[in-house]
Design a protein around this ligand. Structure first.
Ligand code: TYD
Ligand code: MG
Length: 457
């Protein structure tokens, strides 16, 4: 009698490498403790033969002879999603859309399918029932006569329906709930996620249909499933934000069809997500009141200038070791700026608690924010308010020198547009500036101390 033995194998969670037995360290990506056991089915012998029979009709071509047909992109409703995707949705692209639970991934995708008039959309959900989706659609309140809903988790069944329906855009909510019959392991496991993605990729490329895959993320912010998933897809979008705030940020972590430094901003309301077209207005809380400890930074997010408020609180440390805490700003960078203030400018902050907060729950990587951070800290420490009509755009170096930042003209223009009358920038930015006769007073400074003499006298 033939023995029926379940065949299992071991996969690395991080890179997807396969091992015959468990090991502590993945020899392919050198990560520890990432190997997990999974049940797999032995592929059918006929299948193996079939894969060897593929007729390849590709042939090498001269790069010079290849013509770029202008890729006709599908214009999605609203400007934010289009911009983050690099100017619209490319047909045949596979987009992975990740984010924390409850952040609004399903809402954004359903909203998009309901507003995409003139295109047949299929929203496949493995997480919610038709009634739940209908209730959500009622809240969002848009109607697309060509929006179809399917609640199904088996890829074979999904493809069966797709063949009949032939949608223009396919949305899968979520990739971790899908299963394919070719593999025995449970939904959400590494091999299932990889196989289902591969099947959907094949579908997207062969039929030139764009596919959105909603993906869960793990507690350290990576997309759940093998890292290889991110290599397979064309675009990786991330939806982030603080659940206690209404703002949601959409970024591209990878984009084969455009830049990755664009940012889309949404507000979550009772009736779905609303786009924010002028973010600077909402990120500056109160321009009329003068309170110490706040300063405005002129930053850039991708190609878009953004003025944001930095708040700081400096108080005498109650316990031995002073606390340093920051939200939205790198803590190591904060410690470095504090050291610069201590050593180069003679401010005694070693015995003080320093708290830093960026308004709206936004995370900023732009180094031009440094000068505003320092100004907010000193304003709180000295308890003198920074004039509410002044803003800052400069990086601070280790010797307290102010370093030039990119796209200075755009930053100055945005500050002028929002009614600021002073902007502090590095003197090294002067020669790169296109026009110097702004209505706003541009103050060129070389060192941190000069800024403080100017501000606090
Ligand atoms: P959801 O899209 O289900 O999140 P995800 O798919 O990323 O897990 O969003 C759920 C949250 O959004 C939920 O907590 C309620 C909130 N929400 C609104 O505030 N307004 C709305 O119109 C909708 C549909 C949801
Ligand atoms: Mg969801």
């Amino acid at each position: 009698m033939a023995k029926t033995k379940v065949k299992t194998t071991f996969f690395c969670n991080n890179c997807g490498a396969q091992f015959p037995k468990w090991v502590g360290k993945c020899s392919s990506c050198n990560q520890w403790n990432t190997i997990a056991e999974e049940i797999i089915a032995r592929p059918d012998k006929n299948d193996i033969k079939a894969t060897f029979n593929i007729v390849r009709n590709s042939k090498p071509q001269l790069l010079e002879d290849i013509k770029i047909a202008d890729i006709p992109r599908i214009k999605l409703p609203g400007t934010e999603l289009n911009r983050v995707l690099g100017g619209g949705l490319v047909p045949g692209s596979l987009v992975l859309f990740g984010g924390d639970p409850g952040i609004g991934k399903s809402t954004l995708m359903l909203q998009m399918s309901l507003r995409l008039k003139g295109h047949k959309t299929l929203y496949v959900s493995g997480e919610e029932s038709e009634q739940q989706i209908k209730m959500r659609a009622e809240r969002i309140g848009n109607k697309n006569p060509d929006c179809y809903i399917l609640t199904e988790t088996s890829t074979q069944n999904i493809f069966h329906h797709i063949k009949e329906l032939n949608p223009d855009v396919l949305i899968i909510d979520s990739i971790q709930t899908l299963t394919t019959a070719t593999i025995d392991s449970s939904p959400g496991s590494i091999s299932q996620v990889r196989e289902c993605t591969a099947e959907l990729m094949k579908y997207a490329k062969e039929t030139n249909t764009p596919v959105f895959l909603i993906g869960h993320i793990t507690k350290d912010g990576n997309i759940a499933g093998p890292k290889i998933l991110e290599h397979m897809v064309d675009v990786v979008l991330q939806f982030e934000g603080d659940r206690n705030h209404i703002y949601r940020l959409l970024r591209a972590a990878k984009n084969r069809f455009g830049s990755t430094n664009e940012l889309g901003i949404y507000e979550m309301h009772g009736e779905g997500l609303k786009e924010v077209s002028n973010p600077s207005d909402i990120l500056i809380s109160n321009k009329d009141e003068t309170l110490s400890g706040s300063a405005i930074a002129a930053t850039m997010e991708g190609n878009r200038p953004l003025l944001i408020e930095i708040q700081s609180l400096v108080s005498t440390a109650a316990y031995g070791t002073p606390q340093r805490s920051s939200t939205g700003f790198d803590l190591r960078r904060l410690n470095m700026l504090l050291a610069v203030l201590e050593k180069r400018c003679g401010f005694r902050l070693a015995q003080k608690d320093v708290f830093l907060n960026i308004a709206g729950g936004i995370k900023v990587d732009d180094p031009a924010i440094d000068l505003a951070v320092i100004s907010a800290i000193l304003s709180s420490s000295e308890d003198i308010a920074v004039p509410p009509t002044a803003c800052f755009a400069s990086e601070v170096g280790l010797s307290g020198e102010l370093r030039p930042v990119s796209r200075i003209d755009q930053r100055v223009m945005e500050a002028e547009k929002l009614g600021f009358d002073k902007i502090f920038v590095s003197k090294h930015n002067k020669k790169g500036m296109a026009k110097l006769d702004h209505k706003i007073e541009v103050i060129f400074v070389g060192k941190v101390e000069e800024v403080f003499q100017n501000l606090f006298g």
